[in-house]
Design a protein around this ligand. Sequence first.
Ligand code: FAD
Length: 415
Amino acid sequence: MSAENCVIVGAGAAGLMAGIFAARGGARPVIVETKEKPGAKIRISGGGRCNVLPSVVELSDFHTSGSSHALRNLFATWPLERVTEFFERELGIALYVEEETGKVFPKSDDAGEVLDALLAATHAAGARIESPWQLERLERVAHDDGARFRLIAVDGRELFARTLVLATGGKSVPKTGSDGRGFELARELGHTLAPLHAALVPLYSADPRSAELAGIALRVRLRAVRGECVLEERENDFLFTHKGFSGPVVLDVSRHFAAPDAEGVRLLAHWLGLHRLDWDEHLRQGGKKTVGGILREELPRRVVAWLLARAEVDAERKASELSRERRLALLRELVDCDLVLAGDDGYRTAEVTGGGVVLEELVTKTLESRRVPGLYFCGEIVDVTGRIGGFNFLWAWVSGRLAGQSVARELAAKT
Ligand SMILES: Cc1cc2nc3c(=O)[nH]c(=O)nc-3n(C[C@H](O)[C@H](O)[C@H](O)COP(=O)(O)OP(=O)(O)OC[C@H]3O[C@@H](n4cnc5c(N)ncnc54)[C@H](O)[C@@H]3O)c2cc1C
């Protein structure tokens, strides 16, 4: 069997982008994909609307255990404005910025439009998609025709490749095809993985009473802290669920609790309404008003009942009769509420997988492996995780394009 110039494993966000740019560079790539229909995660992204990009990006929107310098250089290869132009001008997708969140969506609010445009660009560039074709095993070979990799599918089919791009995604929502096999293959090839964990994931509450608040959404400032050290602080929408807590602000800080080094990390909530000093003043000067009444001026009734129960304060107690001890306990619940957690929802619903192939083992300029010549990585399989807001797709697009271009450059240099 003759060797393919380039095989890309995974027709998701990163793999399709790698295919487009590898093909445009003359590489004639074959993209193999487990699922019959490629891009399953793109189709369900953003609740079916596909938050294709953020409108503003900073390095602090991403997490990696690797060097931030490397990350900066990687994102510099395709600045956000250029990526946006690519989607608008080259793929022909009209985009808009959702004002309150800064997220960028297609004007059609249809993730299918993004996927269809990517697939059309993939085919137009000359990349071929083979699906279903699930990679099970990888071997390194050294054949006269330049083949360096033997790929064996679960059904025994084989492919030989001169260059190989692993774009197999993470472990989250495995029904989309990303079942984590790519991580094992990377490890088998000698790569080190930063510990894997569910990220952007709903959290479970250890307080059974919070289930009574399921469905209530409010604006919250959350802090992930270890001892006195604030690991992350974010303000955004928060949702009580039957099992605990969700909403963008919870998902954004969730990695601190789902990560392997989560020991000793606490989640503190400031239920927005008033600052500590203002609450203190309201309670001290509330006179004959009931404490419950004062809190209900700013917060939903059921949340107030829950907070009062936690602080052991009677809702009908007059503000003037509130002891100093109970007032301080209540203030703590209002601005430093310790949300004791009982785990997370895991890969079943996590939007992404934290950890993965460490950046140190990849050449920053090309995303080629430092361990295995001819092997490239892009997308979620790499140890780069974005927060909610289109950042994970941005990483998939940028890293996919870079890997695709690099493969094409390597092949062109050899002919
Ligand atoms: C519900 C949900 C909503 C999301 N919404 C957004 C959003 O709106 N905005 C945003 O920025 N991010 C969003 N994300 C995250 C985003 O989808 C991912 O970060 C992104 O898809 C990662 O791209 P990828 O190409 O690396 O992996 P994937 O898109 O997961 O693609 C990997 C592909 O590889 C294939 N594959 C895996 N193993 C093999 C194998 N052994 N052989 C062959 N093929 C294989 C898989 O079938 C899959 O098609 C969302 C995630 C989820 C789960």
